[in-house]
Design a protein around this ligand. Sequence first.
Ligand code: SF4
Ligand code: SF4
Length: 109
Amino acid sequence: MTNNKPERRLIWLQPAAAAKPLLGQPCNGCGVCCAAEPCPVARVFLWQLRGTCKALVWLADRQQYRCGLLLEPARYLRILPKFGQRPFRFLVARWIAAETACDSDAHAE
Ligand code: SF4
Ligand code: SF4
């Protein structure tokens, strides 16, 4: 018999972070998705399989979360050569579909 109850996780976010929008609405940088679990990019490049992604960054001036692998990849990937940072950031932006629609069906309360 399968258990169809949704999985519940406790995550910590900045009090000033925006509420999570519905799936498909514009991403507002609420951080819920990356706080809940690492994305495939984090699994491959950060070797992180669970928990809040270590590359999740809070930008206090914008009151939004952003992907650290996109902002500052060399901080997380020390073997990444300087000339590789720009193309890597380009690829990460495509892989995570940065700043597009919310692709998380998580329900935050
Ligand atoms: S994709 Fe959704 S859950 Fe993730 S930061 Fe953007 S709005 Fe929040
Ligand atoms: S999008 Fe960036 S911050 Fe979010 S889980 Fe993936 S690597 Fe981590």
